[in-house]
Each structure stands twice: as structure tokens, then as C-alpha cells.
Design a protein around this ligand. Structure first.
Ligand code: FES
Ligand code: FES
Length: 236
């Protein structure tokens, strides 16, 4: 036989009400749910990208990655695509100042963000200091990794104007250089940071041990002030 009173309001109801009330008091008010994102595609849709300070209006399928939009639709072929899967860093661009692999970002998802490519570093037809330093330190061979490498180094210097060799090494750890120019890259960053003479000086950069035959490469980095005409990397 039940010991619950017949009033219609039982002890079990009382306990349940108290527990629900306590739980409600403990949970902060939830922010209103974000509206569901608008479905796009599969057909081409209009988007606007802010690239190097300029609005670029495209009609593009939502599946297109930023690297392809930059290269094939906007014509900024300084951004290179090597692996296409986020492993090599060749496609690095700056998104709101942070280095990102453009092969992993959909163009449509970076609308409203500030995108900087290697072409956007120059000002008034002068290379940026980090670009000048790469030339002075002979920090490129085939050049395929160079755009991404330069942009990774620029973000480092923006945050840390006097990086150590280890900090530079870490900053470019996501940028693979099959030509093995890393010691020259480290030298270039230190030059751009004002830690070494960059212009009109003869600098013997540190020896680079070559894999396989154990021979060593010494690079003579006698380079004067660079001009864009002389330095633009041949388009792929
Ligand atoms: S092409 Fe994007 S990381 Fe290799
Ligand atoms: S310079 Fe050739 S891959 Fe780096």
C-alpha cells in the first residue's frame, strides 16, 4: 500500500520540482542559437574575397579551395600548390595576419577575412624587407616553397621582431623545402630582423651539409637592393 498522500501533490512531486529548480538555477542562460548557416551550392555562387586590400568578386562553386581561387580565378600565382593536403606549406597565405594553408580553406568560408598573398607584401613596387632579405641571403633555389616560407617568416617577425634561430626554425617547421635552403632562410630572417647586414655586403652563410655525398655548400650572398623586375618568381 502506498504511503503517498491523496492530495494530488506527492513527496515525489516535491523532490522532482526541487531538483528541476536547482538544475535551472545552476545553468547559465544560453546565448540565442546562431542562425543555421546558409547552404551554398552545389552550383556556382557569388562571393567576395578581400585579397591584398582589394575586393575580389567571384562566381565560384563552394567546393573551390582558396588556393585555386587565388591562382586560377584571381591570377595570383605566387601562391603555390604542391601537396594539396596541408602537408607542405607551399600554399601558405595570411588570413587576418595568421599563416594558413590555402589548400585547406574553402574560398567561400574566408569571405570577410583579410587575405594577404606574397604579391601583397610589396609596397609601391618595393619588396618587403623580408623579401629583400631572402634575396640577400640567397634563401631560395627552385622557389616553390618560397612564397609560403616568406609569409610564415613575416608573421613570425610581426609577432617577434628579434627571433632566435630556434624560434625561426619552429616558425617554418610547417614549410617543407625540398631544396634544403633552411640555413639560408634562417639567415634571411635574422637579416630582416636587423641582426645581420642585408644590403651590399658579402656574407658567407653557414655551411649546409648536403645529404648523400657529405659535400658542403658555401653560398656567396653578395646581392644589392632588389628590384621587382629582377625578383619576380617565374609563374608556374
Ligand atoms: S599545397 Fe597546401 S600544404 Fe601543401
Ligand atoms: S627552394 Fe626549392 S623547395 Fe624550397
Amino acid at each position: 500500500m502506498s504511503d503517498e498522500p491523496k492530495s494530488g501533490f506527492t513527496r515525489r512531486d516535491l523532490m522532482r520540482g526541487a531538483l528541476v529548480g536547482a538544475a535551472a538555477a545552476a545553468v547559465p542562460a544560453r546565448a540565442p542559437a546562431a542562425p543555421p548557416s546558409r547552404a551554398m551550392g552545389p552550383h556556382a555562387v557569388p562571393i567576395t574575397l578581400q585579397v591584398n586590400g582589394k575586393a575580389e568578386r567571384l562566381v565560384i562553386e563552394p567546393r573551390v579551395v582558396l588556393a585555386d581561387a587565388l591562382r586560377d580565378r584571381i591570377g595570383l600565382t605566387g601562391t603555390k600548390v604542391v601537396c594539396g593536403r596541408g602537408a607542405c606549406g607551399a600554399c601558405t597565405v595570411l588570413v587576418d595576419g595568421a599563416a594558413q594553408c590555402s589548400c585547406l580553406l574553402l574560398a567561400a568560408e574566408v569571405q570577410g577575412r583579410s587575405i594577404t598573398t606574397i604579391e601583397g607584401l610589396k609596397t609601391d613596387r618595393r619588396l618587403a624587407p623580408i623579401q629583400e632579405a631572402f634575396v640577400a641571403a640567397d634563401a631560395l633555389q627552385c622557389g616553390f616553397c618560397t612564397s609560403g616560407m616568406v609569409l610564415s617568416c613575416k608573421t613570425l617577425l610581426d609577432k617577434n621582431p628579434k627571433p632566435s634561430r630556434d624560434e625561426i626554425r619552429e616558425a617554418v617547421s610547417g614549410n617543407l623545402c625540398r631544396c634544403g635552403t633552411y640555413p639560408h632562410v634562417f639567415d634571411a630572417v635574422q637579416r630582416a630582423a636587423g641582426m645581420k647586414t642585408a644590403d651590399n655586403s658579402l656574407t658567407i652563410v653557414e655551411p649546409l651539409a648536403l645529404a648523400g655525398n657529405g659535400s658542403r655548400l658555401l653560398a656567396d650572398a653578395r646581392v644589392g637592393p632588389a628590384t621587382l623586375e629582377a625578383l619576380e618568381i617565374e609563374e608556374a
